[in-house]
Design a protein around this ligand. Structure first.
Ligand code: NAI
Ligand code: MG
Length: 478
């Protein structure tokens, strides 16, 4: 197949990045108590972007107190319709600064600009718009028909794969319900959370309603353990999620966990094949596979296996890997060196176990962290690449013969976040969807998100729902 060369189409906007960022506590930028800062880099070329403050346990304490004061003094007392106005203000500011925020997200995290521009930032704004609309209608969200109480101070810890979007998922419902927030972004992607803090300041929110603490796992752990926090919302690895659950056991803190996944993406022989191939490609290579709900286990009906492999192999070669700021780029940079090493390690285990590796043929940029779009055939269900979350652009292909076998293999995982089904038969779609133990099941599509639709997992993928009316329940007193 002929491959066209594309002229570069680099995004030209460059957002202002400060040399150094403080912590955002009680409506102000403040220096970290320990005087420590750490660097955030651009994973696309390993260049320095900025220094951000390292929040110690003392800073966590300051932020939680500020959030408590913001809660008691302003936010819980405010008329719900007024809370909505602030949320609308944030939503509009995120939209107005969409281009700048998209570039910032791409610079700091490595994802293609077309994704941050067309998905991350608009979807983040959509969550603020959506939950703004709920703020003065909460009695209609509850079956009891009374105005429910908020919980209090919420500690929110987010990962690096969708930095601003995960912050919006967590902040918007919390605030709509009358809670205040201490947000901790991931260490490699703090910049859009800090830009959001600046938006919050300019939107004139009462002090302490949203606080942003940059730091690492120890900062997150201090937030989890702080006695003044009423609820923890965490998105990240299953390992850390389990540690948080252990640390909160026996306390009356509320907890929601959105953890990893190893989603089954099922393609039946009667599937609309052109669309299914695109769905599979999007399902695994979107955001370099740094997606908790990625369709990372492809289950193909045996009699179309060879055809599917030929088509996937062809399609791989047309993906463009490179500069994330280029508007033509499909596969950007891996978020960090550590994540790249994890991908290499799991891919090595697949090769050693005897699976066959197929990769996109391309020249990787000489600087930065990159991994070519890849998939494995001849995968056994017991292989690590079929069981563990790789969190990179690597798909594992398995086969099945009957719908029952597809369901059995799909559910053979400790996770249960998402799944996908491709078939021309509506009844088969519905039957299989009902059998799958996954929070979200996409039928003849994949990776569709809307703020009105709840999202969350079964088993080791966590518990609690984000998005939709269900997302409100997690921020309201029972
Ligand atoms: P991680 O779970 O360590 O990091 C996520 C967030 O939790 C970050 O903000 C981090 O600072 C914070 N954190 C770390 N340790 C903590 C602790 N003990 N208490 C409280 N907060 C803590 O994830 P990491 O190490 O960046 O990635 C490792 C693997 O986790 C990835 O390879 C991937 O498989 C999975 N992962 C899944 C995500 C998802 O969306 N479900 C997101 C990020 C990673
Ligand atoms: Mg970075």
């Amino acid at each position: 197949m002929a491959i066209f060369d594309y002229a570069p189409a680099p995004e030209s906007v460059r957002p202002a990045i400060r040399e150094r960022y403080g912590l955002f506590i009680d409506g102000n930028w403040v220096a970290p108590s320990g005087g420590r800062y750490f660097e955030t880099v651009n994973p696309a070329d390993e260049t320095h972007l900025s220094q951000v403050a390292y929040a110690s346990a003392a800073d966590v304490d300051r932020a939680v107190r500020a959030a408590r004061k913001g809660y008691e003094k302003y936010w819980r007392r405010m008329k719900p319709a007024d809370r909505a106005k602030y949320l609308y203000r944030i939503a509009r500011a995120v939209t107005e600064r969409g281009r700048e925020l998209a570039v910032l997200e791409t610079l700091d995290g490595g994802k293609p600009i077309k994704e941050s521009r067309d998905f991350d930032i608009p979807t983040a704004a959509a969550h603020f718009f959506y939950y703004a609309g709920w703020a003065d209608k909460l009695e209609w969200a509850m079956r009891a028909g009374r105005v429910p109480d908020p919980i209090g101070v919420s500690g929110q810890i987010v990962p690096w794969n969708f930095p601003l979007l995960m912050a919006a998922w967590k902040i918007a419902p919390a605030l709509a319900c009358g809670n205040t927030v201490v947000l901790k972004p991931a260490e490699t992607t703090p910049l859009t959370a800090l830009a959001l803090a600046q938006i919050v300041r300019e939107a004139d929110l009462p002090p302490g309603v949203i606080n942003v603490l940059t730091g690492d796992g120890a900062t997150g752990a201090a937030l989890v353990e702080h006695a003044g926090v009423d609820k923890i919302a965490f998105t990240g690895s299953t390992e850390v999620g389990k540690a948080i659950a252990r640390s909160l056991a026996g306390t009356d803190k509320r907890l929601t966990l959105e953890l990893g996944g190893k989603a089954a993406h099922i393609v039946f022989a009667d599937a609309p094949m052109d669309q299914a191939i695109e769905g599979v490609i999007n399902g695994i290579y979107f955001n370099q596979g740094h997606v908790c709900c990625a369709g990372s286990r492809l289950l193909v009906e045996e009699r179309v296996h060879d055809e599917v492999i030929v088509r996937l192999t062809e399609r791989l070669q047309t993906l463009r890997l490179g500069d994330p700021l280029d508007k033509n780029t499909d596969i950007g940079a891996i978020n960090s060196k550590a994540q790249l090493e994890k991908i290499h390690e799991l891919v090595r285990s697949g090769v050693e176990a005897g699976a066959t590796l197929v990769q996109q043929q391309c020249v990787l940029p000489s600087r930065g962290f990159y991994f070519p779009a890849s998939f494995f055939t001849n995968v056994h269900p017991s292989h690590r690449i079929a069981r563990e979350e790789i969190f990179g652009p690597v798909l594992s292909v398995l086969t099945f013969r009957t719908p029952d076998e597809a369901v059995e293999k799909a559910n053979n995982t400790p996770y249960g976040l998402s799944a996908g089904i491709w078939t021309d038969k509506g009844s088969k779609n519905m039957w299989v969807a009902q059998q799958l133990r996954a929070g979200v099941v996409w039928c003849n599509t994949f990776n569709q998100f809307d703020p009105s639709s709840p999202f969350g997992g079964y088993r080791e993928s966590g518990f609690g729902r984000e998005g939709g009316v269900h997302g409100l329940y997690e921020y309201l007193a029972k």
